[in-house]
Design a protein around this ligand. Structure first.
Ligand code: PMP
Length: 401
């Protein structure tokens, strides 16, 4: 008898488990809209040309494979903070950001969670309802208490702004407020610039700490600067901010696990101390991060020709998703005779659309139409082609009614 008899079978992951189910389906019309990964119009994975070029240069350089420092590649940490906060901004010049390379967005969030657990015992993290499924796992595993603030309003398939503000106001002073920098996952619903200002007012009044998860910079609108506007506005107010970055989507570096955790502090001394503690957290967890993705990012951002090429490719990817969004809206509007208003599809941004389908309706999407998606009604438009929009519209309309 096994020593591991007491270990029961874990349930499949609600997002990555969808891909497993998709693989097992042999239907020719099957569609995987579960995981958020960019696909071409032919629904194939995409490696950016600029990444291929950077890879080739790296191979030619033939750099060694020695350990990185605990905090990661210095050249990467420098450019990643500049990309997020703006290279010419005072916060960069004053060296008030503690930046540590992380294992993509997830690993970076996990480092920040450990920092909160260690130095702010009992402090709560507020997460949006709903949010990316892994947020709860991350804070649970780090032993950080969390609760939800209202975000999604099913009546309008839009933002419950009043509920959001009321819940942030009601949170104990000094809470950490987790915000999606752009392209909220899973809803695709972002606050307007005016609403962001009010959110910042309330966070400031209550001495909360804004904690940004920004996994889609440049990928949402096609512009790195536009997508970082929310984060930069908070920093420009002189607030201390935490921000976790990911290069999975905007550079297509999913499997390289490259991202960073940034803590904006009110002084360079505080930033140095925070950085030293982030390193202390990382050391026993994984010792030091992988080098390849960090070199790719540092090389692309550090070379103006490659940087421009990256921006062009990002615009192309964001543009394809926008085109699919429009086509889906057109298909839904022209096929559906019930008079339902589908304009929410157009109002959402980024990689996802929140359809408003409930769990039973999602089951119908999968069981009858072979459309694989998470049970919260989220579909990844990055996994959809123009050619498949009509089929998807038929499936959604059938499932709704
Ligand atoms: N945060 C959000 C909101 C995300 O959507 C994702 C990717 N699905 C991540 C973080 C992290 O992804 P990764 O660990 O690949 O960077």
């Amino acid at each position: 008898v096994s020593r591991f008899e007491g270990i029961t079978m874990a349930p499949p992951d609600p997002i990555l488990g969808v891909s497993e189910a998709f693989k097992a389906d042999n239907h020719e019309l099957k569609l995987n809209l579960g995981v958020g990964a960019y696909r071409t119009e032919e629904l194939q994975p995409y490696v950016l040309n600029v990444v291929k070029k950077a890879d080739k240069l790296l191979l030619e350089k033939g750099e060694n494979r020695e350990y990185l420092p605990i905090e990661g590649l210095a050249a990467f940490n420098k450019v990643t903070a500049q990309l997020l906060f703006g290279a010419d901004k005072p916060v960069i010049k004053q060296q008030r950001v503690a930046t540590v390379q992380g294992l993509s967005g997830t690993g970076s969030l996990r480092l920040a969670a450990a920092l909160i657990e260690r130095y702010f015992p009992g402090a709560k993290v507020l997460i949006s309802s709903p949010t990316w499924g892994n947020h709860k796992n991350i804070f649970n595993d780090a032993g950080v208490p969390w609760s939800e603030y209202r975000y999604y309003d099913p009546k309008t398939v839009g933002l419950d702004f009043e509920g959001m503000i009321a819940d942030i106001k009601a949170a104990p002073e000094g809470s950490f407020i987790l915000l999606h920098g752009c392209a909220h996952n899973p809803t695709g619903i972002d606050p307007t610039p005016e609403q962001w200002e009010i959110i910042a007012d309330v966070i400031q009044e209550k001495n909360h700490v804004p904690f940004f998860d920004i996994a889609y910079q440049g990928f949402a609108s096609g512009s790195l600067d536009a997508d970082a506007a929310s984060v930069r506005m908070f920093v420009a107010r002189g607030m201390e901010v935490i921000a976790a970055q990911s290069y999975s989507k905007n550079l297509g570096l999913y499997a390289e696990r490259i991202g960073a955790i940034n803590v904006v502090c009110s002084s360079p001394e505080a930033a140095a101390r925070v950085k030293s503690q982030l390193k202390r957290i990382a050391r026993p967890m994984y010792s030091n991060p992988p080098v390849h993705g960090a070199r790719i990012v540092a090389n692309i951002v550090g070379d103006s020709a490659l940087f421009n090429e990256w921006n062009t490719e990002m615009e192309m990817m964001a543009g394809r998703i926008k085109n699919v969004r429009h086509k889906l809206f057109d298909s839904l509007s022209s096929k559906d005779k019930s008079g339902k208003d589908w304009s929410f599809v157009l109002k959402q941004i980024g990689m996802f659309s929140f359809t408003g389908l409930n769990k039973a309706q999602c089951d119908n999407m999968t069981n009858k139409w072979h459309v694989y998606m998470t049970k919260d009604g989220r579909i990844s438009l990055a996994g959809l082609s123009l050619a498949k929009c009509e089929y998807l519209a038929d499936a959604i309309i059938d499932s709704y009614h």
